[in-house]
Design a protein around this ligand. Structure first.
Ligand code: HXC
Length: 259
């Protein structure tokens, strides 16, 4: 498949890399881009050679939000009927392999929400996060009022959503939105190294780990702990568990077969 608004490549034959590519609009998200992103994520998820996906933008912008030029003329019946821009958010949620967001520059509005849909965020030291929708007469529409408070707590989420201010990478790391901050020129190296580390593990355990952590954000603690326990026990049915533990005990590198 050829894409117009994203670039897609494979690194080391194991990492799928998707680059948002609308440079003139700071990677503003429109329906066509989101459709392409959904298709590319699904293709990598279905490819057995791929163990991890990295989603990134440019040095200036991960994504500056939904495309305001496209949105400006829409009426309620159109955005509701077409599930404007948010229809592929469920696709992103359904991806079972890890997705790392490598964020440089602006991650605003839908861009911040898109980064939050990823499993973790590695930020360049020039990254800026925010939910500025309030400034243009709307509110976040793709999880900003829900995922942001879970990530950074109510007070900072309210501050960001109500004032529309941006926070820099250091503040985002202190608040727990991003997992690490790295020099901008090292961003892709760090993200790819993390992805390759993950690719080195058994895919069954990796997928189970992602599923279990995501469960922490649904329902109550007892249910979540029981869900984790069931997956933990289930992994004892895999050859990778035998291999991983034997490799540790015999002091050699494991050879995972994703089985
Ligand atoms: C359309 C955008 C855009 C956007 C930037 N551009 N953001 N176009 N939609 N969200 C365009 C500008 O119009 C401009 O085009 C070019 O990108 C460069 O932007 P500048 O403003 O000149 O750059 P700069 O001065 O560096 O300012 C960067 C910025 C600012 C602070 C990021 O562009 C900005 O505030 N953008 C809007 C951010 C925002 O409000 N995001 C939330 C959108 S609502 P030209 O043609 O003039 O060169 C949203 C709802 C999500 O995301 C709902 C669910 C998904």
């Amino acid at each position: 498949m050829t894409y117009e608004h994203i670039l897609v490549r494979t690194e080391a034959e194991r990492v799928g890399v998707i680059t948002l590519n609308r440079p003139k609009a700071l990677n503003a998200l429109n329906s066509a881009l989101m459709d392409e992103l959904g298709a590319a994520l699904k293709a990598f998820d279905a490819d057995p050679a791929i163990g991890c996906i990295v989603l990134t933008g440019s040095e200036k912008a991960f994504a500056a939000g939904a495309d305001i030029a496209a949105m400006a003329k829409f009426e309620f019946h159109e955005v509701y009927r077409d599930d404007f821009i948010t229809r592929n958010w469920e696709t992103i949620r359904s991806i079972r392999k890890p997705v790392i967001a490598a964020v440089a520059g602006f991650a605003l509005g839908g861009g911040c929400e898109l980064a939050m849909m990823c499993d973790f965020i590695i930020a360049a030291d020039n990254a800026k996060f925010g939910q500025p929708e309030i400034k243009i007469g709307i509110i976040p529409g793709a999880g900003g009022t829900q995922r942001l408070p879970r990530a950074v707590g109510k007070s900072k989420a309210m501050d960001l959503v109500l004032t529309g201010r941006m926070m820099d990478a250091q503040e985002a790391e202190r608040a727990g939105l991003v997992s690490r901050v790295v020099p901008a020129e090292k961003l892709m190296d760090e993200a790819l190294a993390a992805a390759l580390t993950i690719c080195g593990y058994g895919q069954l355990a990796v997928m189970a780990a992602k599923e279990a952590v995501n469960r922490a954000f649904e329902g109550g603690l007892s249910d979540g702990v029981m869900f984790e326990r069931r997956l933990f026990h289930a992994l004892f049915a895999t050859a990778d568990q035998k291999e991983g533990m034997d490799a540790f005990l015999t002091k050699r590198a494991p050879n995972f077969r994703n089985a």
